[in-house]
Design a protein around this ligand. Structure first.
Ligand code: GDP
Length: 382
């Protein structure tokens, strides 16, 4: 007798693959599997020892044909069924198991129920969404408990009334929140600038293929074009905007306003200027008005002797020859990720965690001991 039901979940993605895996868990896992499975030599799962892998036949009584598959007995209450990778095969197994009383759940629900530590469960749920292997490695550290341990340490510090160190640790974690939350959501970079300055060409050069149409007619890029790629292993999405138009003598105010609005939603703006049509006062104005943007003077191959203001934020490129593009990429990464966490370093990576840590920081600052305890519990056990 047990109060927790036996459940089945498909662990492999809902797409075509060589093999799909159905996990059955609970007191009835073996008995329910044996309702449909017969191993070679007529051995069933109940008779096999834990750790054995059985090859056999799966068939429901009412069906004319069955399927050859593999069953692994992982524990007395846990079985994995490895069947044909098509979606239909795993769904058929789930249907059979449901008919005999098994509860069907998603892999997400299974992951959450298997882990008492909410942060570890969240890391396991986020991992398949990691856009690059480098992003996955950092999430794996959190799945192995890096953030949970750090939060426990913060809890211990609070218990010892060491609020200042707890506060510092929380500030370090929160400083890494933009990094953590972007591992599954690419950093967004907007390329802005007047028509014909080379926005699409530069985007193509960085991304490495002709994602944007390049024509030498001003105003070709009518809509915002997106291209997702990885820079140095970090996921980024570029948007090439129709952008800022240049009036006869100064950048139009409306253009600046537009760039500002875009900047508010983007993580970084690259503002492009044309080396063959460079106006120093315009550049100065642009640098002053958009100080957090990266300013790039493009077409430098056509105007090698152009005088570019001596500024840390001013780069020169040629979208045709590639000159300056590696430096631009380095600069982009430095802007987006000022500090790359070391291996095993903790950081928050979901909005829930960031909100919780912000609340915790405030409570620690105000020495609200009871609330601190409550928030810590909520953070670790959802
Ligand atoms: P956009 O309107 O800002 O997207 O500009 P495009 O990328 O469409 O480029 C407009 C024209 O300038 C095209 O003919 C490009 O080949 C040319 N172009 C863009 N960048 C450079 C560059 O760095 N050097 C040279 N020589 N031509 C460029």
């Amino acid at each position: 007798m047990t109060s927790t039901p036996t459940t089945a979940a498909v662990l492999t993605p809902a797409a075509r693959g060589a093999i799909a895996t159905v996990s059955v868990q609970g007191a009835e896992a073996i008995a329910l599997t044996d309702r449909f499975f017969t191993g070679l030599g007529k051995i069933n799962v109940a008779q096999a020892s834990v750790g054995r892998i059985l090859v056999g036949h799966w068939q429901a009584e009412e069906e004319a044909v069955g399927e050859e598959l593999v069953v692994a007995k992982l524990a007395d209450d846990r079985v994995e069924i490895h069947c044909h990778g098509g979606v239909q095969a795993s769904q058929r197994i789930l249907k059979h198991l449901a008919l005999v009383g098994c509860e069907i759940e998603s892999w997400q629900a299974r992951t959450t129920s298997e882990h008492a530590d909410a942060i570890v469960a969240e890391a396991l749920l986020e991992l398949p969404q990691a856009a690059t292997s480098q992003a996955a490695l950092h999430l794996l550290d959190q799945a192995n408990g890096a953030l949970s341990r750090e939060i426990e340490t913060i809890g211990n510090l609070c218990q010892q009334s060491n609020f200042e160190v707890a506060q510092q640790k929380l500030e370090q974690l929160l400083a890494l929140a933009p990094f953590g939350t972007h591992l599954t959501r690419p950093w967004s970079i907007v390329i802005a600038g007047p028509p014909n300055v080379g926005k699409s060409s530069l985007l193509n050069k960085i991304v490495g293929y002709d994602r944007a149409i390049v024509l030498d007619m001003p105003g070709t890029t009518r809509d915002v074009l997106h291209a997702t790629t990885a820079l140095d292993g970090w996921p980024v999405q570029f948007s090439d905007t129709a952008g800022i138009r240049v009036s006869d003598d100064t950048i139009e105010q409306a253009g600046i306003e537009k760039a500002r609005a875009v900047l508010q939603t983007a993580d970084l703006a690259i503002v492009m200027h044309d080396a063959t049509d460079l106006r120093p006062d315009e550049l100065d104005q642009s640098l002053q008005q958009l100080p957090s943007a990266l300013h790039v003077v493009n077409k430098i191959d056509l105007a090698a002797d152009v005088r570019v203001p001596d500024s840390r934020e001013m780069l020169t490129t040629s979208a045709v020859t590639g000159h300056g593009v590696p430096q631009l990429i380095t600069s982009i990464i430095a802007h987006l990720i000022p500090h790359v966490p070391n291996p095993h370093e903790p950081f928050p990576f979901t909005d829930r965690q960031v909100n919780g840590l912000q609340a915790l920081h405030q409570q620690v600052t105000l020495r609200q001991v009871d609330q601190v305890r409550q928030t810590l519990t909520q953070l670790l056990k959802a």
